[in-house]
Write a protein that binds this ligand. Sequence first.
Ligand SMILES: [Zn+2]
Ligand SMILES: [Zn+2]
Ligand SMILES: [Zn+2]
Ligand SMILES: [Zn+2]
Length: 189
Amino acid sequence: LPPSCRVVITLPLGRDQVLPTCSISPPRSLLQGKGPQGPGDFPCPVCSKAFPLQRMLTRHLKCHSSVKKHVCRYCGKGFNDTFDLKRHTRTHTGIRPYRCHVCAKAFTQRCSLESHLRKIHGVQQNYAYRERRAKLFVCEECGFTCAAGDEYYGHVRRLHPGNALLHKYLRKQGAASLRFLLYPGGYYA
Ligand SMILES: [Zn+2]
Ligand SMILES: [Zn+2]
Ligand SMILES: [Zn+2]
Ligand SMILES: [Zn+2]
């Protein structure tokens, strides 16, 4: 090629990018989800704390944002995500949705129950693997729990009609079902 036809591409090099050579290493995306890796695979660019998975880093990054969108209704403390707010709110409400089936001790967090089962009762968590994935709907107003969204929203509608989450949910469902849910008998007035 005549020199005028040559195109030089300069790639911005990050700290763990490599120059394109013949040695090909699998992309990070292929390595994800294959069990625990070294703790340093996904370092936070802000505080350099390292995470084994990209999604964990993504979640962690939110804690460096100065905007805390989720505010505790009891003490006004701000949180970056609903999960942290929920966990915190339960320290005020005393809601413990996760109950040990062996000794009936109750916990605010699923992971606390799991470590209790392991340490106190010697229960290995294999059987709980599917349970871990099953969503548990928890009413943060009274501690009611159920496995289905319909049942959960039905409960909130009946017992806590002023609940903000309920209204957000109903808005998402659209106006027709909103009328149905608020006035299931067809009475709109
Ligand atoms: Zn960080
Ligand atoms: Zn609080
Ligand atoms: Zn127990
Ligand atoms: Zn409730």
